[in-house]
Ligand binder design. Structure first.
Ligand code: ADP
Ligand code: MG
Length: 467
């Protein structure tokens, strides 16, 4: 009897299953669909290009062995990549989760997120419905995380991506993607309890629970969440007690096979004052960066937005804006909103010239960039110290402070890398720069006199940008 593609693939799966870990099998092999078998060529369908690349990179041996065994030495494998269309992605692996109704037996927990009056522990996920996969444009800058996010939404907790840690600069889509995963889980499986929380809010809950002697209650509450999304974990820095409690929750959830999604503005290894034992846990899953989008992706993002808002902006203006706003998608959107406001309120026609005007106010800092020299001399002048002392190694208090401030301003007003900034200020490394920026930020938060000094300096910097 001649075997068809389905039988052949099923036999391959049985073989492959023996040689890859269960989670990886579920993530990488279950979503594959056999398509056809002819002339000893087996065609399989994979959800996206990233999936195919991952298989080729990590599982080619297992695939080869299985296929050779099933079809013979002349066997070949071909991939078909499912083309993602915006509105209908995620056809992959729509497994229903069997234990959706498990747990949730606690109904007396006091927690700000529990909707009162409902018996079963029902959590308000705190998600913003506007963040979805369908309006999260794919580009090289985000494709790995986006695919991983999809896999998670299909089978939270059961993929190899647990925890999923995404990091990157502000305005590059961390919150959007994290919430899109949450929204997708809720849509597919309303019984799952999903919770999105910022690290700030979590910290406040911890402080509150310590005050009220009910830390255990808080921890218990979190252990009932199926998908926990914690945004901006860089704010765990210096918060030992919060980290402790978070560590316990993390471990408990991970052990229970619950999904954890974290975002941060820097790679985990650069998280200041976050305990190593916590950071090392992140290696259990997938950590990747959301990078700045390239021109085409920026264009696609803006076009989607313009279409959704149903506004008319000439294509050359859209291109002009995308060309000039490079590193922050939020800013990109901001420029378009200002353009629309100008056009509606001031009845101006949307032209490249108008865009130029708007961009000038909007991204003046980005385009007319300050040099490190400008900043150094501004700060030196303000503190009445020499430029050399800022670039030198002296550890005397006034120099250290002025130097830290210079690094802080350099980080915020130039696009120099941390490494370059460190080098400029006494040949220090990037961790010193991160530390300085943080130290300044902390002092701004706690010392209003210092905050005034910084504002004055920032004004000077901004003035010097306008000339
Ligand atoms: P972050 O949390 O990294 O600071 P956000 O998630 O808040 O960034 O994103 C900033 C803005 O850019 C949001 O309005 C978001 O919808 C938009 N955005 C980011 N990435 C994309 C993308 N790939 N497609 C569409 N919009 C995006
Ligand atoms: Mg964010």
């Amino acid at each position: 009897m001649i075997k068809d593609h389905i039988q052949v693939w099923n036999n391959c799966l049985t073989l492959i299953k023996k040689s890859v870990p269960e989670k990886s099998f579920r993530t990488w092999f279950e979503p594959i669909k056999p398509v056809k078998l002819s002339d000893n060529i087996l065609t399989i369908q994979v959800p996206n290009k990233f999936f195919y690349e991952w298989l080729e990179e990590h599982y080619i041996d297992q695939l080869k062995t299985a296929i050779n065994q099933e079809i013979g030495k002349t066997a070949r494998l071909e991939y078909q990549i499912l083309v993602e269309n915006h509105r209908k992605i995620g056809k992959v692996n729509t497994r229903q989760n069997e234990n959706a109704n498990a747990t949730h037996s606690i109904d007396k927990i006091k927690n700000p997120f529990v909707i009162p009056g409902i018996k079963k522990l029902k959590v308000d996920p705190q998600l913003n419905p506007k963040y979805t996969f369908s309006n999260f444009i794919e580009g090289d800058c985000n494709s790995l995380l986006r695919s991983a996010g999809h896999a998670i939404a299909n089978a939270p907790g059961s993929t190899a991506f647990n925890p999923l840690v995404m990091y990157g600069d502000v305005g590059l889509g961390k919150t959007h993607l994290a919430q899109a995963i949450g929204n997708e889980v809720v849509k597919r499986n309303p019984d799952k309890s999903v919770l999105y929380i910022t690290t700030e809010k979590f910290t406040n809950q911890v402080i509150e629970s310590i005050k009220n002697f009910n830390v255990n209650e808080l921890t218990n509450f979190y252990q009932n969440i199926d998908v926990l999304i914690v945004d901006d974990i860089q704010f765990l820095a210096n918060r030992t007690k919060t980290q402790d409690i978070f560590f316990n929750i993390f471990n408990a959830l991970h052990q229970l096979g619950k999904q954890i999604i974290l975002t941060s503005d820097r790679p985990p290894k650069d998280l200041q004052d976050v305990e190593q034992r916590l950071i090392s846990r992140f290696k259990w899953g997938l950590t990747d960066e959301l990078r700045s989008p390239d021109f085409e992706t920026r264009l696609a993002i803006l076009e989607e937005k313009i279409q959704k808002d149903n506004v008319k902006i000439p294509p050359d203006v859209v291109e002009y804006v995308c060309f000039n706003v490079k590193n922050n998608i939020r800013e990109l959107e901001g420029v378009v909103i200002s353009l629309m406001a100008q056009a509606t309120l001031n009845k101006k026609e949307i032209t490249i010239n108008l865009a130029k005007e708007v961009l000038k106010q909007f991204v003046s800092q980005l385009n007319k960039e300050l040099s490190l020299e400008n900043i150094t001399s501004l700060v030196a002048e303000h503190f009445e110290v020499s430029v050399e002392s800022l670039q030198g190694k002296s550890r005397k208090r006034p120099y250290v402070l002025a130097r830290q401030l210079s690094m802080y301003l350099a980080k915020n007003y130039t696009s120099h890398s941390l490494k370059e900034i460190g080098k400029n200020f006494g040949g220090r490394d990037h961790t010193t720069v991160i530390h300085s920026v943080r130290a300044v930020q902390n002092q701004i938060d706690t010392d209003h006199l210092f905050k005034d000094v910084v504002s004055q300096l920032e004004k000077k910097v901004e003035l010097s940008l306008q000339v």
